[in-house]
Design a protein around this ligand. Structure first.
Ligand SMILES: [Zn+2]
Length: 146
């Protein structure tokens, strides 16, 4: 019998997707650089192979970007689900809303986890404040409004 998966399993899935997304860009770059050197090494021996690889790389790039967008969408959807419950997607700690100047600029409300201090935007993405973003003190979440 298949029931609703436990929140713990979703947390594991979120952390797995998040870990993949964290290294995805560098891994894709490494793959294409490695492919370049393979193609370069084969230019004299089998000139047709680098030519085919060049054509294939354009389609591979489209595939890599599409896969990246899908993975990111899964990560954000899983994070939003937890954020809607007021729980940190990573550690299931309590989330507090914070007011920042960044709110006026883009994606809206920010949340900070009381346990692990990670910050999230409303769209589920982990949020790194800019140096000019004023982060109110934890003890008084309303201070930033003034
Ligand atoms: Zn947390």
């Amino acid at each position: 019998m298949r029931g609703e998966p436990a929140p713990y399993d979703r947390g594991m899935l979120y952390r797995a997707v998040r870990a993949i997304n964290a290294v995805y860009g560098l891994a894709a770059l490494g793959f294409f650089i490695a492919a370049f050197f393979i193609a370069f090494a084969l230019t004299v021996v089998y000139p047709i192979v680098p030519l085919l690889m060049l054509i294939a790389s354009i389609f591979l790039l489209v595939f890599a970007v599409t896969l990246w967008r899908i993975l990111k969408a899964i990560e954000l959807a899983l994070a939003r689900r937890q954020i809607a419950r007021g729980k940190c997607p990573v550690c299931t700690g309590e989330l507090l809303s914070i007011e920042t100047r960044a709110k006026e600029r883009d994606r809206g409300l920010r949340m900070v986890c009381v346990r692990c201090d990670r910050m999230y935007a409303a769209d589920g993405d982990e949020w790194q404040p800019d140096p000019d973003d004023e982060i109110p003190a934890r003890e008084d979440p309303q201070r930033g409004v003034a």
